[in-house]
Design a binder for this molecule. Structure first.
Ligand code: ZN
Length: 251
């Protein structure tokens, strides 16, 4: 990296002296908020966290700073009956979120970015962020999903056209579009409780494992492409990085 601003590291890999120096130079902490959740046959289980982490990497390249380990333990959403999905209670995740943000500001970070890849994080952010902002008036706390953290009109869905396009732009190595095939049986598809009753089903989600678009909510993922995802990511990174650099007086 030749640009002096391109100075970012992963928090957990740093020794205290390195962390001290890096935070003095670039006091920005990125925290990807993810989840382990079934995202259809083509996308990885950690899709939401991977999406947030990769966007944070692009932001960190622009602003410098650190990226915290992805918060994999979240909750909320319509896929609790799908196998491989882990939802935690709102109270548990709220407590970790709240205390970690306070600790980061106390440690000297001037900017904290909570980027949620899993859309139901939004309700918890709505609940907790106003208090955190009020308690840290001289700092910058940016929080939201890629759809809400900036007012850019980006689109989202669940594992369908939009999320698959972001994924193809950000981590094509973890995606297999050829897995969108028909004819799978229901074996190994549901959590131990089995398929959800009709009344417990999230409207719009495909619940038939024999369908290629199983688990998805939104437009056909088979139309997804990296250019579509990339266009949104580029706009988001440009907007957020300029907000952060303006706040830090570096632009
Ligand atoms: Zn998702």
């Amino acid at each position: 990296m030749t640009d002096a601003k391109c100075n970012w590291r992963r928090y957990e890999e740093l020794r205290p002296d390195d962390l001290h120096d890096l935070v003095n130079a670039h006091p920005v902490a990125y925290w990807p908020l993810g989840l382990l959740e079934h995202h259809g046959w083509a996308l990885p289980i950690g899709y939401d966290g991977l999406k947030a982490d990769r966007i944070c990497q692009r932001l960190a390249r622009q602003t410098g700073g650190v990226i915290l380990p992805t918060m994999w333990w979240g909750g909320g959403g319509g896929h609790g009956d799908f196998r491989w999905t882990h939802y935690q209670s709102q109270e548990a995740t709220a407590a970790i979120l709240d205390s970690t943000v306070r600790q980061l500001f106390l440690s000297g970070f001037r900017v904290v970015v909570l980027l949620a890849g899993h859309y139901p994080w939004q309700s918890l952010l709505n609940e907790r962020v106003p208090g955190l902002v009020a308690d840290h008036a001289d700092r910058l706390l940016l929080a939201g999903t890629e759809l809400t953290i900036a007012d850019l009109g980006l689109q989202g869905d669940h594992a369908a056209l939009e999320e698959t396009s972001y994924g193809l732009a950000l981590f094509p190595e973890h995606i297999d579009m050829t897995a969108l095939t028909a004819g799978r049986g229901a074996d190994s598809t549901w959590s131990t409780a089995g398929a959800p009753a009709e009344s417990g089903r999230h409207p719009g989600v495909e619940y038939d494992p024999a369908e290629p678009l199983f688990g998805q909510l939104g437009e056909d993922a088979r139309q997804a492409n990296a250019d579509r995802g990339e266009a949104g990511v580029v706009r988001l990174v440009e907007e957020l990085s300029s907000q952060i650099l303006r706040f830090l007086g570096e632009s």
